[in-house]
Design a protein around this ligand. Sequence first.
Ligand SMILES: NC(=O)c1ccc[n+]([C@@H]2O[C@H](COP(=O)([O-])OP(=O)(O)OC[C@H]3O[C@@H](n4cnc5c(N)ncnc54)[C@H](OP(=O)(O)O)[C@@H]3O)[C@@H](O)[C@H]2O)c1
Length: 272
Amino acid sequence: MTTTSGLAIVTGASSGIGAALAQKLAARGQPVLAIGRRAHRLEELSARARAAGHASIHPFELDVTAEGAAERVRDRARELGGASWLVNNAGATRIGPFLEGDPAAHAMLVRLNCETVVALCAAIVPDLVARGGGRVLNVASLAAFQPTPGQSVYGATKAFVLSFSESLAVELDGTGVTVTALCPGPVTTEIFDVGAPGVPRKKLPLELSAEGCAAYGIAAAERGDVVAIPTALSKATAQLSRVLPRAAIRRLSARVGLPLLGYGAPRRGVRD
Ligand SMILES: NC(=O)c1ccc[n+]([C@@H]2O[C@H](COP(=O)([O-])OP(=O)(O)OC[C@H]3O[C@@H](n4cnc5c(N)ncnc54)[C@H](OP(=O)(O)O)[C@@H]3O)[C@@H](O)[C@H]2O)c1
């Protein structure tokens, strides 16, 4: 079934991977419901699609963590003719020791990265099934495959997204609706500026562009891949987590993860 017909819902479309996903979906002829809190960014994205002669990008200013947000997205998608794609991309991280973080910010990260993904799937997937097919693309992370000291809540939320997506993919088998967990390593976006304000980070030589990541994700979702890991290096990293003992993975993640990106290693010792 071709999936360029029907609306693509994209959360977190105001920057980074989400903006690139929205732009690429519109460029191939698919109307997009572009969701985020920064309305001006969504308007700019929409204007660029119009100028390029792409399918419409409909801006929708919305905090996806707000009460009733998923139902508002479902209603707006129905007004626009119904969705055939749901892209759960909105997400954030917080970099720093867990105990130095604001408890409310930790809880909000879980709400944004996990609860909204569940709520949007619950609200939208029944419409995709009723339509006879569709694509769900949940943006997880390479961080889903191992604990991530220094951004402990982030890694845990992405492990949740990966597990949830895999289970949902199995449950939806035979409905025509596929679920893909996109698990990129570092991508050049604003996420680290938001997650560690005022702290400059090191850009890696092999870092993915938001555009490259988006193109990979769309192709993987079209194929119906359940787990999609862009780049050979990221695939190898995910594989390491499967073969090495957990204790070794914890140590490696603490010593290599954040320091590679230019942040200090988690201050406390890592115990076996
Ligand atoms: N960059 C990486 O290295 C990397 C690697 C693996 C996975 N990822 C994942 O990729 C996804 C996109 O992140 P990104 O790297 O592209 O970061 P980004 O540039 O910071 O984009 C995050 C997007 O999420 C939106 N968002 C945040 N809170 C929101 C809320 N409460 N309601 C609605 N929208 C909200 C932001 O829009 P507003 O601020 O306008 O609301 C923004 O559009 C995330 O799930 C992230 O975990 C990123």
